[in-house]
Ligand binder design. Structure first.
Ligand code: CA
Length: 504
């Protein structure tokens, strides 16, 4: 009887999964019970042109390139935003961050912005029996109210929104506090030397320096707990490896969220340092080394065949250092001609393609045929896609902007796209629909604002680009297609007003 009851429950689960979309994992021959481990590696500020497999020649990324040769490489994958915090919020929740106030780039004293109890990628996977962990940059706030108190038990945080384990950089490498938090505590904190943060201190002021590097906000106290900037990449890779080792006999989800290649860029010496694209290029090498190290762990632990690996970035590339030490960012010239966003226009922060079109590689040996995909996908889709992968039904209220793109991730032949539109979030909202890209008329500012010397960049009118012919967004064809501009402007308005874009 027990078996029959179990079978019936399984059947109902499948039926539920089938209702998520026409596609069902059962039809493809696996189910929730043998869904793979998931390793999601999110780089920080790596651009569309920063890997060899995306055309880079001035840097060497053999590990990422090997992953791409063994998996599926996407050419039209997007981060949900052109900057850090909103991308991470949308990845976690399946909701576009611009729908919610307070999801902009956070200081290191911000409270948690993901509500405990809501469905997140890790909580969803935990429900499916996964052991879940995050190692690396968090940047979604910590604690119940601002300012975060780092001197006691720090919660709510990652453990309250779905993770079983965390070892995190609370905000960013260039924001205080410059310490790691493991689960609920600052690592290595001496209680007699409590941490105090002051976010009225601007980067570059004498008090903003920690480890000789200017930060946003100041930190006093916590001296024994300070990280060493040049060791961050190695520390995070080691913590990721330890998580894999500890959980090799369980089904796991690991979110490895690197500091590389965000500023400050303080890379370790690297074997490829002779092929220079500036300090920034060396941090790309550092990121590639991290990828190589964790992939080698998967091999050593014999987990590679049963682990779905994704490597991507949280927003487009950027050269400048956000600070006075331009040596750590530089120009295209000091980067030896390296084009960090390849052929795309603009970069981090921008509504142009360079803001959100990012590298995205997925590998699952035996299940994903190696190749290249031009499917339109976004990190905001991970929630619905992971639900499908684990045969779970996403409740109506969860992931309002998350589409099931699993068929695209698996390289399935698609009768129609998994998503036919996408809102791109830079300093203004833009809309993708098929090959078309609309930046609506915006007299107020954003991408349409005047240039530094009062010169208009693009005018206040709508911008329309046909990316199939003009990936660099150089030729505004809005005046030639007034009906399309009207239709797409109305669609963007509807998506904003409806509070959701996922229909099923
Ligand atoms: Ca970023």
């Amino acid at each position: 009887m027990a078996t029959r009851a179990m079978n019936r429950r399984s059947f109902l689960q499948w039926t539920g999964a089938g209702a998520l979309s026409l596609w069902s994992p059962a039809a493809l021959g696996w189910g929730a019970a043998n869904a793979p481990n998931i390793l999601f590696i999110l780089a920080d500020d790596i651009g569309y042109g920063d890997f060899g497999c995306y055309g880079a020649t001035k840097v060497k990324t053999p590990n990422v390139d090997r992953l791409a040769s063994q998996g599926l490489r996407f050419t039209d994958a997007h981060s949900p935003s052109a900057v850090c915090t909103p991308t991470r919020y949308a990845f976690m929740t399946g909701e576009y961050a611009w729908r919610k106030k307070g999801t902009g780039i956070l200081p290191g004293i911000a409270s948690l912005i993901v509500e405990p109890g809501r469905v997140t990628v890790p909580s969803l996977l935990k429900q499916a029996g996964y052991t879940t962990g995050i190692v690396g940059k968090w940047h979604l706030g910590l604690g119940p109210k601002e300012p975060t108190d780092y001197n006691g038990a720090i919660k709510p945080g990652p453990l309250e929104v779905g993770f079983d384990y965390c070892f995190i950089i609370p905000a960013t490498g260039d924001r205080t506090p410059c310490v790691y938090v493991e689960n609920h505590r600052v690592v290595g904190l001496d209680p007699n030397d409590p941490i105090q943060l002051d976010y009225s201190v601007k980067r570059g002021e004498p008090r903003s320096f920690v480890n000789g590097i200017p930060r946003i906000g100041s930190q006093t106290g916590g001296k024994a707990a300070l990280w060493k900037d040049e060791e961050i990449a190695g520390t995070l890779a080691a913590k990721a490896e330890a998580f894999l080792e500890r959980n090799k006999d369980k089904r796991f989800f690991l979110f490895l969220s690197t500091h590389d290649i965000h500023v400050p860029r303080v890379p370790h010496p690297h074997p490829f340092a002779d092929v220079r694209a500036g300090v920034r290029g060396d941090t790309i090498h550092s990121f590639d080394g991290t990828v190589g190290q964790v992939l080698a762990s998967l091999d050593r632990l014999k987990l590679a065949d049963n682990t779905l690996v994704i490597v991507t970035s949280d927003n487009g590339g950027v050269l400048d250092a956000n600070g006075p030490d331009v040596e750590h960012g530089g120009t295209v010239e000091t980067n030896n001609g390296h084009l960090h966003n390849g052929p795309l226009r603009a970069g981090k922060g921008s509504p142009y393609e360079g803001g959100t079109r990012v590298p995205f590689i997925v590998r699952w040996p035996g299940h994903i045929k190696p190749g290249v995909s031009d499917a339109l996908i976004c990190h905001v889709d991970m929630l619905a896609s992971m639900a499908a992968l684990t045969a779970q039904r996403l409740v109506e209220s969860a992931g309002p902007d998350s589409f099931n793109v699993l068929p695209a991730l698996l390289g399935e032949k698609l009768d129609k796209p998994c998503r036919d539109h996408l809102v791109e979030h830079g300093n203004v909202l833009a809309l993708r629909k098929g090959p078309w890209k609309l930046i609506p008329a915006n007299p107020a500012g954003g991408a349409n604002k005047k240039g530094k010397k009062g010169k208009k960049r693009n005018g206040a009118g709508a911008q329309l680009y046909n990316l199939a012919e003009d990936i660099g967004e150089t030729n505004n064809v809005a005046t030639a297609h007034p009906d399309l501009v009207k239709e797409m402007t109305a669609l963007l308005q509807r998506i904003r007003e409806n509070g959701r874009s996922r229909s099923s």
